[in-house]
Design a protein around this ligand. Structure first.
Ligand code: C5P
Length: 229
C-alpha cells in the first residue's frame, strides 16, 4: 500500500516560479499541496489558480480568524478558488464557524486547534491554565458542534483525538523524520507515529522543501510510515 496520498507538501515559498518549479518536481510523489500565508500574501488568488494547473488537491491554509461577518465575506471570496480544504482558527468561536457552513460547497472546512509551534508555557502566558490536550479537545468540540469537517492538531494529540472523534478528518503538521531539525516547531512526531496514531493527512514542509533531494525525502517519509504500520 502506498501512503503517498497522505502526504501534502507545504509550499512555503514566496516566489511563484520557484513554487511552480518545485511542484513540478514533486507532483507525482505527493497526495496534494498546501498553500499558506507566505505564498498567498505574495501571489494571491491568481497564484492559486496557477498551481491548480497541476490538478492536485489544494489545501488552502489561510487560518481565517476575525469577527463572523468579516470571515464569512473573506470565505465567500475564497470559495471561487474551490480548494479541497480551507482552514479557519477554531479560536474564532462557534458563530464564526457556523456562518461558513452554507457556503462551503465541496471544500472541506478545517479548524486549526493549537499551533504546533506553541506549548504549555505559551498557553500559561496567555492566561490559559489547562494542559495542551484539554485545550485542543475543547477547541475541537467547538468545531465539531459547529459543523466542521476536520481539524488540524499536533501529532502529539492525534491518538487521543482519534479515540474520541472516530470519523473526524485529523490533519497533522509538525512532522519530522528522526534526524530532522525541529526548526520553530515544538510538538513534533515522526510520519509513521502520526499515521499509526490516527492522522488522516500529514502536512510536511521543510523536510521536503529544504531537502537537497526532495523525492528521496518523500521516499524516506513513506518508508518511515510503512515501518510503523
Ligand atoms: O516546514 P514544516 O513541516 O514545519 O511546515 C509545517 C506547515 O504546516 C507550515 O506551512 C505551517 O504553516 C503549517 N501549520 C503548522 N501548525 C499548525 C497549522 C499549520 O505548522 N497548527
Amino acid at each position: 500500500m502506498s501512503f503517498k496520498n497522505k502526504i501534502f507538501c507545504a509550499l512555503d515559498f514566496s516566489d511563484l516560479e520557484q513554487t511552480v518549479q518545485f511542484t513540478n518536481k514533486i507532483k507525482n510523489h505527493v497526495g496534494g499541496i498546501k498553500i499558506g500565508l507566505e505564498f498567498f500574501c505574495k501571489n494571491g488568488p491568481a497564484g492559486v489558480e496557477r498551481l491548480k494547473e497541476f490538478e492536485l488537491p489544494i489545501f488552502l491554509d489561510l487560518k481565517l480568524h476575525d469577527i463572523p461577518n468579516t470571515v464569512t465575506k473573506a470565505f465567500r471570496n475564497l470559495m471561487s478558488l474551490s480548494p479541497a480544504y480551507l482552514t479557519v482558527h477554531l479560536n474564532g468561536g462557534k458563530r464564526m464557524i457556523e456562518g461558513l457552513i452554507e457556503y462551503k460547497k465541496k471544500t472541506k472546512l478545517i479548524g486549526v486547534s493549537m499551533l504546533t509551534s506553541l506549548d504549555q508555557n505559551d498557553l500559561k502566558k496567555s492566561g490559559i491554565m489547562c494542559d495542551e490536550m484539554s485545550y485542543v479537545e475543547k477547541l475541537v468540540k467547538i468545531g465539531t458542534s459547529s459543523g466542521i469537517d476536520g481539524v488540524v492538531s499536533s501529532p502529539k494529540e492525534v491518538k487521543l483525538l482519534r479515540k474520541k472523534f472516530k470519523k473526524l478528518i485529523i490533519i497533522t503538521p509538525g512532522i519530522r523524520l528522526p534526524d530532522d531539525d525541529k526548526n520553530d516547531q515544538k510538538r513534533i512526531e515522526t510520519p509513521g507515529k502520526a499515521i499509526k496514531n490516527g492522522s488522516s493527512l500529514l502536512i510536511i514542509g521543510r523536510t521536503i522543501t529544504k531537502s537537497i533531494n526532495p523525492i528521496s525525502s518523500i521516499e524516506k517519509i513513506i518508508q518511515n510510515i510503512e515501518n510503523a504500520i
